[in-house]
Design a protein around this ligand. Structure first.
Ligand code: ATP
Ligand code: MG
Length: 334
């Protein structure tokens, strides 16, 4: 297999969860890919379907009552949708590492961090106790936990929030994954600690030659780390593009709105951050046409409020906007 194939290729992924009103589609025909040695960020407001997309990709929605109704997820040449639990269990934690937002919920307070990381290595790699412990210490060292050999004997509560997040990263990379999925790993941390964690992730990506799929609602974080960006709104991808292009010339008004809401961008443009008006579209009542249309200052009755808007190639990326390439002229004229 050629190395030009993406490491992770999600196509047409559709996920539903039950609700009193019936099954709701919370991930709707989502497609994007993560290349080798790539860092891709998925960004969007709360409830847009970011977490469910990645959880579905690795078989984690069925146990929570959800169902994947369509789509394909190829990981390193292997189809994960419909794969057996045995296969998925083998892949998760081994060739795909995970970091979640709440480190305490994934760490067991009763065991030292070294024991917990070593256990993952033993389970996936069949390493001896001594080897697994060595690899656990090496992993803690890689994420720059000082005196790793000593600190491996400490319990999770003996670490600060930022250090615990490093422990989580160490656990996720201990088996040398090809892909690291990080779901809002820095959201609960303050800005300076967040910046250091992002540095650690970038360094690991380079040194281990792995790919990173990073989920966040914070475009400031995206600017720090992403090579390419997938913007989700209302369970759909509304724009995807290389990061520099997305920041320089957003093609979807939602992306433009997220940028205007960023303090850094607002400061550069000499205004206060401007929040996107209105509230996020909900799965039980998607607006007709473009799901963002009720909040969009560039909405035009007809093209934006009639037929569903397709995701189409545009510039170097993809955009789902009936007025892509047209609404910017209105902005320039203002
Ligand atoms: N276990 C579940 N049962 C029912 N509905 C769920 C479940 N998990 C997620 N959902 C619904 O799916 C939709 C998408 O949720 P998801 O967690 O993917 O959003 P998100 O983009 O990750 O948001 P956030 O930024 O808040 O993490 C939401 O409407 C949510 O209520
Ligand atoms: Mg989420």
């Amino acid at each position: 297999m050629s190395d030009n194939t993406p490491l992770l290729d999600i196509k047409g992924l559709t996920v539903q969860y039950p609700s009193p009103a019936g099954w709701l589609t919370v991930v709707d025909n989502v497609s994007f890919s993560v290349g080798r040695n790539d860092i891709v960020c998925v960004v969007g407001e709360s409830g847009s379907g970011k977490s469910v997309t990645t959880q579905a990709a690795v078989g984690l929605v069925q146990p929570k009552g959800g169902r994947v109704t369509a789509g394909s997820v190829m990981f390193d040449g292997q189809e994960l949708i419909g794969a057996s639990n045995r296969t998925l269990n083998r892949i998760r934690g081994d060739s795909i590492g995970f970091i979640f937002q709440e480190p305490m919920s994934s760490l067991n307070p009763a065991y030292t961090v070294g024991e917990q990381i070593a256990e993952v290595v033993r389970r996936h790699r069949g390493a001896s106790r001594a080897d697994a412990w060595k690899q656990a210490v090496a992993a803690l060292d890689r994420v720059h936990i000082a005196s790793a050999a000593t600190r491996a004997h400490a319990y999770p509560h003996q670490f600060s929030g930022g250090m615990r997040q490093r422990v989580m990263i160490a656990m996720a990379i201990a088996c040398g994954p090809k892909l690291l999925i990080a779901d809002e790993p820095t959201t609960a941390l303050d800005v300076t600690i967040q910046a250091r964690i992002l540095e650690v992730l970038k360094e690991l990506q380079r040194e281990l030659g792995m790919s990173v799929l990073f989920i966040t609602h914070d475009l400031g974080v995206v600017a720090e780390i992403a090579r390419s960006v997938v913007v989700m709104y209302g369970a759909q991808v509304v724009e995807s593009a290389p990061a520099d292009q997305l920041f320089a010339a957003p093609r979807h008004p939602y992306t433009a709105g997220l940028l205007e809401a960023m303090p850094q961008v607002a400061l550069e443009r000499g205004h206060d951050p401007i929040a996107i008006p209105g509230t996020v579209a909900q799965a039980h009542a998607w607006p007709k046409g473009c799901r963002f249309n009720p909040r969009c200052v560039h909405r035009q009755d007809g093209p934006c409020t009639g037929e569903p808007v397709p995701l189409v190639p545009d510039g170097g990326g993809l955009v789902r906007c009936a007025r892509a390439g047209e609404w910017q002229q209105g902005v320039a004229a203002r």
